[in-house]
Design a protein around this ligand. Structure first.
Ligand code: C2E
Ligand code: MG
Ligand code: MG
Ligand code: MG
Length: 288
């Protein structure tokens, strides 16, 4: 009995393993098809400058218009793209869509809203990344200041190749933000090594700051740390007015969240810029 029970478990394990493997294979084939057939699209999530009420930047967030499963969120396919080596192609498609959308905004409004693009940690170990970014900018006749690259904090391990890539991008004028700040393991010395322009405080810290003094204190300290290191502090996931008011009080530089809008497509951003006079202004570049 024990023997057959053991074999049953093993078979169940084999079945489950086979099912997962075949699901992965299907995802793989479908994702390759999606990349070849323009099924990936970008939506844009505004980040609002809390001092002026203007647009600080737009974050590009990738979506997959899947032919049968509907709109898929990045969590459903970005990790897979990373594992199977498709993240570079995905990034190039996102970058091209972003710069094309900016070309249109430039036509409409006479300026390019800055767009933040997410890069996966492992792309930073690819020496080609810098050339990919510079070539895309050149193809659209866009300045490096049109882009911000966001790197999740979990990725900020001490790696000289990664650091070199970031340093080179910044030498060319592309800003770099630490994404999901607070959820990773970066040391203060790593944050202080001057490869960054902004810290994006993760949504999990921002929720509830107006109701809980401990939470407020943590976010206050994060903003203070950012400023001590001469970095901008940007809050993610702002869903209500009291949270926004508190962030303003704490001196946070910019905020993003459903309070302002959900992520929307490029055409919708145009309408918002038309509706919202304080958004229709190129950011004033201040000397550091
Ligand atoms: P992220 O870079 O931290 O992006 C912010 C995420 O928080 C977005 O989810 C955004 O819609 C969500 N968010 C912002 N404000 C609020 C809010 O007030 N309430 C709630 N509930 N959510 C809010 P999304 O679009 O699902 O993206 C998830 C993650 O997928 C991103 O997190 C990013 O790490 C990754 N991602 C998205 N696009 C790309 C891409 O093109 N390349 C790579 N490598 N990763 C991407
Ligand atoms: Mg991001
Ligand atoms: Mg983030
Ligand atoms: Mg986040």
């Amino acid at each position: 009995r024990a023997k057959s029970g053991g074999r049953g478990r093993a078979e169940r394990f084999d079945d489950q393993y086979a099912a997962e493997a075949s699901a992965r294979l299907r995802l793989d084939a479908e994702l390759r098809h999606a990349l070849a057939n323009d099924e990936l699209i970008c939506v844009y999530h505004p980040e609002i400058d809390l001092a002026t009420g203007g647009l600080y930047a737009l974050e590009a967030l990738v979506r997959w218009q899947h032919p049968s499963r509907g709109m898929l969120s990045p969590d459903d396919f970005v990790p897979h793209a990373e594992t199977v080596g498709l993240i570079g192609i995905l990034f190039e498609q996102v970058l091209d869509q972003v710069l094309t959308a900016q070309d249109k905004w430039l036509d409409e409004f006479g300026w390019r809203p800055t767009v933040a693009v997410n890069v996966s940690p492992r792309q930073l170990t690819n020496a080609r990344l810098v050339q990919v970014v510079l070539t895309a900018l050149e193809a659209h006749d866009a300045p490096a200041s049109a882009l911000i690259l966001e790197v999740t904090e979990t990725a900020l391990v001490d790696d000289s190749v990664m650091t070199g890539t970031l340093a080179e991008l910044r030498r060319h004028g592309v800003a770099v933000a630490v994404d999901d700040f607070g959820t990773g393991y970066s040391s203060v010395s790593r944050l202080a090594d001057r490869h960054w322009d902004a810290l994006k405080i993760d949504r999990s810290f921002v929720a509830g700051i107006n109701e809980d003094v401990a939470r407020e204190g943590v976010v206050h300290a994060m903003i203070a740390l950012a400023h001590a290191l001469h970095l901008r502090a940007i809050a993610e996931g702002v869903e209500d007015e009291p949270t926004l008011t508190k962030l303003r009080e704490l001196g946070c530089d910019a905020a993003q969240g459903y309070l302002f809008t959900r992520p929307v497509d490029a055409a919708e951003i145009s309408k918002m810029i038309i509706r919202c006079p304080e958004w229709n202004a190129a950011p004033v570049i201040t000397a550091a």
